[in-house]
Structures are given as structure tokens and as C-alpha cells.
Design a protein around this ligand. Structure first.
Ligand SMILES: *Cc1c(COP(=O)(O)O)cnc(C)c1O
Length: 366
């Protein structure tokens, strides 16, 4: 009996490596609250991601909520974003009592269509929040130009873009801030975790307050903060996983090219492709099931599932159509995002994926 194949499999360091690394915690009993490993991981990640400022978070979502909060927008202000993303992006805006204004995406890579941003700007617009979806980089240059012209902040959801570089710089250097997710299913994980990166180092203190109740001394609370600190077990998981990250990304690259060589030959299967000026972290393999394929996307999803291959329709439905938002955003003019959501299927992709498994998947798609 073949075992179940999921779309992701969490990367883990060798068991002994992690056990050895957490041993000191049994001496120190220091398990959280910006401990030694929290600091060490912040420093290591600043190097790896090639950024000047970084604040670790309990997860990517809280990073996004708190960096939006740190910007000090007013209730009802508008943020231009896209609905072709994980629900976290839209929730983070709405939970800050701000209004998401949905811009359409580009059919080639699923990122925000920068040519459609300006027409959505109103007096209330305060920021643009684009997503480097699947690790594909947005048109950061044009987005920055628009932001400069209208005096808007730019916050990137880079949850998928760990380690991606664009024109020789870490992707986190673009915009006012970016968030990364270190969730178990992402390219790099700390079990749960995330980080906000930025170049204005004043944000470090602001985020520190927001992630630690605003506590600044035994008897002093200077702001109304949340609790979004990363604990030491997670930080150590990150330090261990970071030692293996280049090897993991290389393995993903091999799987990706093995898959694509075969998939390219199949009538009706096409790809979303990232900008060639950026490096790839091979986070996801989204395929588009076109009308010319022998069955529908949903039929292919069901066929694979019957054979214990669990693919995902990321991102269907688009966030603006989710039931929690009722009819609030039904008028969003996002036909490309809707059509991608109808066609897309994300195939299993992770560092430990075996060639035999890929062959099994390809045989079913053929
Ligand atoms: C995973 C993800 C998040 C949220 O990150 P968590 O670490 O799971 O909180 C946000 N945005 C996108 C696009 C994601 O894929």
C-alpha cells in the first residue's frame, strides 16, 4: 500500500542534532522572553536574508498584524492588496480595522498587477501590501515609484519568499517592511514562527513593544502591546534548520526541474513563472490546468486524491470571496485572480520528495 503524499512535508534537522542543541535549556531553564537563542537566530537570519533589521515573531501572521499596527494608520484607512493569497494577508488588514482594496494580479506569475494600482488610490489610501506569492517577486521597482509619488507605505507579504534574492539583494530590502513565515509547511521553519524585516531600525523597538505587551522594565508598560514572542525551542529549531537550508533548497530545485521536464510535454498543463531576475527558493509547484487538458482541475484533484496524492487548490477561493467576508468585497474587480484560482493546483514539493513519488504523480497526470 502506497503511503499518503501531502503537498508539503516539514523539514526537520537530524533528531540528534536538535536534541543536542536543546540540552542547554535544561541548565538555564530560560525557555522564552528573548533568550540567547532568540538573539542568535535574529542575527543569523539577518545575515542569511541580507537585511539590516529583523524582529522574530511567534508566527508570520502576527508579524503582519503588528507591522501594520506599527505604521500607525487610522481606522478606515485603505490598503491596496490582492486576494490571490493565503487568508492571513487579508485578515491582518481587516483585524487592524483597515479596509483592504483589492487589485488584480498578473496571469504570468500571480503577483499584483502594478499597472492597475494607481486607479485604486483614493484620499484614504495609506499603503500597498503586495504578496510575493509562491516566492515570485512583485515588480518592486514600479510599486516603489507609485508609493513615492503618493506617499504610501509598502509592506510585502514575503511569507513564501524565504531566501529569494532580486538583482543581487535579499528580497526583504524592498519596501518599508516585509514579513516572512517560518510555519512548519514553509521552506524554512521554526515549527511556528516568522519575522518582520525592515531597514528603518526604529521599527525594532516598536515591534519589540508590540510583541511583548509594551513592557519596558519591571514596573513600566509604555504601550498596549500583544504577545507575539518566539520561544527558545522554536529558535533552536530555526538555528538547526538554517544549517541545512541551502541543501534543502538544492533538493527542491532538483525535484522542480525533474517535474517540469515532464509536465511541459503535457497538453493543457501550464505554469506560473517567477521573474528571471530573481532567484527561486522552489517553495511551490503551482500548475494551471487549462481547458485544453483532458479533464478539469477539480477532476484532476480528485483523481490524485483517490491515489493518496493530496494536492491543494492554493488559492481557491480568493480571499475576497471567502464566506467570513460575506458580500463586503464581491464587487472587487479581480477577474485574473478569480480565473487563476479556478485553474491552479499546487503539486507536492518538499526537500525529501522522492523521484519515484514524482513519477507516480506524473503517471496520473499524463
Ligand atoms: C503562511 C502564510 C502567512 C502566515 O504565516 P504563519 O506563519 O502561518 O502565521 C501569511 N501569508 C502567506 C501568503 C502565507 O502563505
Amino acid at each position: 500500500m502506497d503511503k499518503k503524499i501531502f503537498v508539503m512535508q516539514s523539514s526537520m534537522p537530524p533528531y540528534e542534532e536538535y536534541i543536542e542543541a536543546i540540552k542547554p535549556l535544561w541548565d538555564s531553564h530560560w525557555l522564552t522572553n528573548m533568550g540567547q537563542y532568540h538573539q542568535e537566530l535574529e542575527n543569523r537570519l539577518k545575515d542569511y536574508l541580507d537585511v539590516s533589521g529583523l524582529s522574530l515573531m511567534v508566527n508570520g501572521h502576527m508579524g503582519l498584524e503588528l507591522i501594520i499596527q506599527a505604521m500607525g494608520f487610522q481606522e478606515g484607512d485603505e490598503i491596496i492588496t490582492t486576494p490571490f493569497t493565503f487568508i492571513s494577508t487579508t485578515h491582518a488588514i481587516v483585524r487592524n480595522r483597515l479596509k483592504p482594496v483589492f487589485c488584480d494580479v498578473k496571469p504570468c506569475d500571480g503577483t499584483i498587477d502594478e499597472t492597475k494600482i494607481e486607479r485604486l488610490i483614493t484620499e484614504k489610501t495609506v499603503a500597498i501590501l503586495p504578496i510575493h506569492v509562491y516566492g515570485h517577486v512583485c515588480n518592486v521597482e514600479v510599486i516603489q515609484k507609485i508609493a513615492n509619488k503618493y506617499n504610501l507605505k509598502v509592506i510585502y507579504d514575503a511569507a513564501h519568499a524565504f531566501g529569494v534574492r532580486y538583482k543581487g539583494r535579499g528580497i526583504g530590502n524592498y519596501g518599508d517592511a516585509s514579513i516572512f513565515s517560518f510555519h512548519a509547511t514553509k521552506v524554512f521553519n521554526t515549527v511556528e514562527g516568522g519575522a518582520v524585516v525592515f531597514s528603518n531600525l526604529k521599527l525594532y523597538d516598536k515591534l519589540y513593544n508590540l510583541k511583548n505587551f509594551g513592557i519596558r522594565g519591571e514596573e513600566r508598560v509604555i504601550s498596549v502591546g500583544a504577545n507575539a514572542k518566539m520561544n527558545e525551542f522554536s529558535a533552536i529549531m530555526g538555528l538547526c534548520n538554517l544549517r541545512h537550508i541551502n541543501d534543502e533548497i538544492k533538493k527542491r530545485a532538483e525535484s522542480m526541474s525533474y517535474y517540469k521536464k515532464e509536465l511541459k510535454e503535457i497538453q493543457g498543463i501550464t505554469f506560473l513563472e517567477g521573474d528571471a531576475k530573481a532567484t527561486s527558493n522552489y517553495a511551490y509547484l503551482p500548475i494551471l490546468v487549462e481547458d485544453s487538458y483532458k479533464m478539469s482541475r477539480n477532476e484532476l484533484y480528485d483523481l490524485l486524491k483517490r491515489h493518496d496524492i493530496y494536492t491543494r487548490k492554493y488559492f481557491y477561493p480568493i480571499t475576497s470571496d471567502q464566506e467570513c467576508y460575506g458580500h463586503d468585497y464581491k464587487e472587487a474587480n479581480v477577474p485574473i485572480a478569480r480565473s487563476l484560482a479556478e485553474k491552479v493546483l499546487v503539486l507536492p514539493m518538499y526537500a525529501g520528495l522522492k523521484k519515484e513519488t514524482i513519477d507516480r504523480i506524473l503517471d496520473l497526470i499524463y
